[in-house]
Design a protein around this ligand. Structure first.
Ligand code: ZN
Length: 217
C-alpha cells in the first residue's frame, strides 16, 4: 500500500505520518527533508539543487523527481509500502509519481487529505507555545498552561514562533491551498482521494484514516 498524505500547516499531518509509519510499517519519504539532506551531503542532486537555490530559483519537478527516485531505489527491495509527504506538489509531479510507481512496481498511491477549517488552523497555529527549556508544547486556546506564559512541566518560559502570526499564517494557508488544489483535483478524478475531517483528537483522526485503509486496501 502506498499513500500520499496531504494536510495544511497545523492539520496534524506530522503526527498522523508517525502513526501510519508505525502501524503499517510504511517507509516515510519527505521530499523536503530529503532535499535538505542531499544538499548537506553534497550528492549530485544536492549540488544541482544548491545551485538553483543560490540563484533564487525554484527546485523544479525534474530535480525533485530525480531525488525521489534516488531515495526509493535502494529501499525498494525491502519494502513495497511508502508514505509520500510533500510530493506530489504539482500536476507534473502527479504523472511523475505515477511513472515511478510503475517503474518500481509499486501500487498507485491513495491520497489522504486532512481537512481542518481555516479558522481552526489559525487558532492552532497562532495559539501554539513552546517551552524554551523542555520543548513541551501548549496552546493558549486548546491546551493552556496553569499559569500564563509558564511551562506546566518545568516552569520554563514559553515562546512563540515568530512566523506564527495570524497574517503570516493566513498567507501560508493561501499558498498551500493554491498549490495543492490542482493536485487534489486530479486524484479526485482518479477516485483515489479521501478527504477526512481532521478537527478532532489525534486518536480520532487516526481512526478515520485506519477505517479508510481497512475498507479500501
Ligand atoms: Zn518546560
Amino acid at each position: 500500500m502506498n499513500l500520499v498524505l496531504f494536510g495544511p500547516p497545523g492539520s496534524g499531518k506530522g503526527t498522523q505520518s508517525e502513526r501510519l509509519v508505525k502501524q503499517y510499517a510504511m517507509t516515510h519519504i519527505s521530499t523536503g527533508d530529503a532535499l535538505r539532506s542531499a544538499i548537506r551531503q553534497k550528492t549530485e542532486t544536492g549540488k544541482k539543487a544548491q545551485t538553483l537555490i543560490e540563484k533564487g530559483e525554484l527546485v523544479g519537478d525534474d530535480l525533485v523527481t530525480e531525488l525521489l527516485r534516488d531515495i526509493i531505489a535502494p529501499l525498494r527491495s525491502n519494502t513495497d509500502s511508502f508514505l509520500f509527504d510533500g510530493y506530489p506538489r504539482t500536476v507534473t509531479q502527479v504523472s511523475r509519481l505515477n511513472a515511478i510507481c510503475d517503474e518500481f512496481r509499486l501500487t498507485q498511491p491513495a491520497v489522504i487529505n486532512l481537512h481542518v477549517p481555516e479558522e481552526s488552523l489559525i487558532l492552532r497555529l497562532t495559539g501554539r507555545r513552546i517551552c524554551a527549556d523542555c520543548k513541551s508544547t501548549f496552546n493558549v486556546y486548546f491546551k493552556p498552561t496553569r499559569q500564563a506564559g509558564v511551562c506546566d512541566a518545568c516552569a520554563g518560559p514559553l515562546t512563540k514562533r515568530v512566523d506564527d502570526s495570524a497574517e503570516t499564517t493566513r498567507e501560508r494557508l493561501r499558498v498551500y491551498h493554491e498549490q495543492t488544489a490542482p493536485v487534489l483535483g486530479i486524484y479526485g478524478e482518479l477516485g483515489a482521494l479521501y478527504t477526512i475531517d481532521a478537527t478532532g483528537s489525534s486518536d480520532n483522526v487516526f481512526r478515520k484514516i485506519h477505517a479508510i485503509i481497512e475498507e479500501n486496501y
